[in-house]
Design a protein around this ligand. Structure first.
Ligand code: ATP
Ligand code: MG
Length: 322
């Protein structure tokens, strides 16, 4: 059985307006997303800004309560679990946030921040072990010096703050980590360090990971499988090992083409997607990508192509993919 099973998950945010502050529309941030994650694997989630990656992650740690669909973790449905049921879930499944600065309390030292998490999520262990020692262990695990514990978040660089974000997630001793753009804000040289750290921690703790990024190149190197999202939908799902050869959906192909080529003289050949992403307020009846798709046919704007299995382990939502 898969560790995580997501079925038709939806997150629609109400938008209020007018004199009476009534709900006038909904933002369709996540729009019927289904997938599974196997124990021990790294699943990448890729897509442009606003396509719903963070919202999906927040639904899965129940910072958002999904407006439709369901998800099960280790066989248990947590879609509408109450506060008490979520206590246990949240020490097993943790999220590392996109912006580590705003997710860390600026008034707590690293020691206080990690102590708080340990006392809350691992009270029994904290009774028999020295909590300070546990904090120190965590800080060193993520590659920070021991004297980091007495500092405040603002005293660290971006890469170090991301490490603290990871340490805080690990303080619960989780089995499943949802890492939301953990390296996007960092310099390329630091990116590799944080990715290596995540990889080491994955092996050491036997973690399962969802890795969110808008950079298909990072996903390709780091993940086993990838979900390609477009405007709240999954348009393709495939193995990363054969990404370049197997990618079929025109959007995935565009994302691959948009990757800058390393050779400086070939840099000119950057494929740029033209046209706009439709508004998440009122979705078009057909394929959301049709307006920007280089091979779209009239039928693509009339009805939405379902996400279908094209080959074992490979799904795509496109009428024109065999
Ligand atoms: N709390 C909220 N209330 C209303 N709309 C929201 C809320 N959170 C997200 N949205 C909207 O949902 C859509 C998806 O946002 P989300 O942050 O999930 O995208 P993303 O893929 O993570 O983007 P990025 O790559 O920029 O982080 C956007 O249109 C966003 O404006
Ligand atoms: Mg995001």
């Amino acid at each position: 059985m898969s560790l995580l099973q997501v079925e038709g998950l939806e997150m629609h945010f109400p938008v209020r307006g007018g004199l009476l502050n009534r709900v006038v529309a909904h933002v369709h941030a996540v729009n019927g997303v289904s997938f599974e994650v196997q124990r021990g694997e790294i699943l990448g989630v890729v897509g442009e800004s606003g396509c719903g990656k963070s919202t999906l992650g927040k639904c899965l740690v129940r910072l958002n309560t999904p407006s439709g669909g369901a998800f099960r973790y280790d066989g248990v449905d947590y879609t509408h679990a109450d506060h008490e049921e979520l206590m246990d879930y949240r020490s097993r499944v943790q999220m590392v946030f996109q912006d580590p600065y705003s997710s860390l309390n600026p008034r707590l030292t690293i020691r206080d921040c990690l102590t708080e998490v340990i006392l809350f999520h691992r009270p029994h262990e904290a009774e028999v072990r020295d909590v300070d020692e546990m904090v120190l262990e965590l800080v060193q695990k993520v590659g920070l010096r021991a004297d980091a514990v007495d500092k405040y978040p603002h005293e660290f660089s971006g890469g170090q703050r991301q490490r603290i974000g990871i340490a805080r997630a690990l303080a619960c001793n989780p089995e499943f980590l949802i890492a939301d753009e953990p390296v996007s804000a960092l310099d390329v040289s630091i990116q590799a360090q944080v990715l290596n750290l995540l990889m080491d921690l994955k092996d050491e703790f036997g973690l399962t990971l969802i890795f969110i990024s808008h950079d298909l190149k990072v996903i390709e190197h780091f993940c086993d499988r990838v979900l390609v999202m477009y405007l709240g939908n999954v348009v393709e799902e495939l193995e990363c090992e054969t990404l370049h050869e197997s990618a079929q959906h025109p959007y995935t192909r565009a994302l691959l083409g948009a990757n800058p080529i390393n050779h400086p003289r070939e840099r000119r050949e950057l494929t740029v997607l033209e046209g706009d992403v439709p508004s998440p307020f009122d979705l078009p009846p057909g394929c959301a990508f049709a307006g920007r798709c280089p091979i779209a046919e009239p039928r693509c704007s009339e009805s939405r192509p379902p996400l279908e299995e094209k080959r074992s382990g490979h799904r795509a939502a496109c009428f024109l993919v065999e």
